[in-house]
Design a protein. Sequence first.
Length: 252
Amino acid sequence: MKIHSLFILKKTGICIYNRNFTSDFEKLEVNLITPFFSAIFSFSENVIMKETPEILEMSELRFVFKVQGDLIFTILSDSSVSLIFINSRLSRIIDEFLDIFPDLTQIIDYQHIDEPKFDELVDSLITGEEEIYLSKVFFQKVIDIFKELMYENEIIGAALLSTKGNVIYTSLPNEILVNSLKELEIRYMVGAVTLPEIYSRLENGQKVVSKIIDIPWKLDPLLIVILFESTVPLGMAEVNLEKVGNRIINII
């Protein structure tokens, strides 16, 4: 699951800023992409008129667009990356951009923005490092709990996710992690992020359980996901999930 690139474009389709975060598209010539964007903007009025994010999926890739004034901010990622995370990154990037460039009328076509301070902010936001840094000690204690349980063969794997879609830690198989992120997206879209625990049994008999943990001193709750062996009864998985949740809360 990767975020590949960020583009900032004028509504004319001219790219004024781009930054790559993986090597997958680093050799791609930006000037070859802008006609593609121009075609999208020409045939899709709602992409350039609405203030809410718009999504375009192509094969295993996803473009997410968000408009701010005369500019369009676009993130290119794998389709498996959490939309909640991407949307939160776009909003934060726009806020940081406007702090550095408050007067958008001064940004002209064919201008390519070169601002190291903005580059650093973008890199930090895309990786989610700023969120992890602010609560690094707490997160590490939670991760240590998961590693201890895995070492003692109590669980197969686990994940710690922010409700903004940031993957803080995972030892889950990729398919289960993606499904957990999709579950988080569905909760978010229906306004039910604080729903109680969710339990499911996989085809191989393994149990996946998840629980929202409310952290009073944090702005956003956390989602913990735990994978149990097939030999663990679902009722026992439920009990153990509650115990892990209580241990995490007691860290505070």
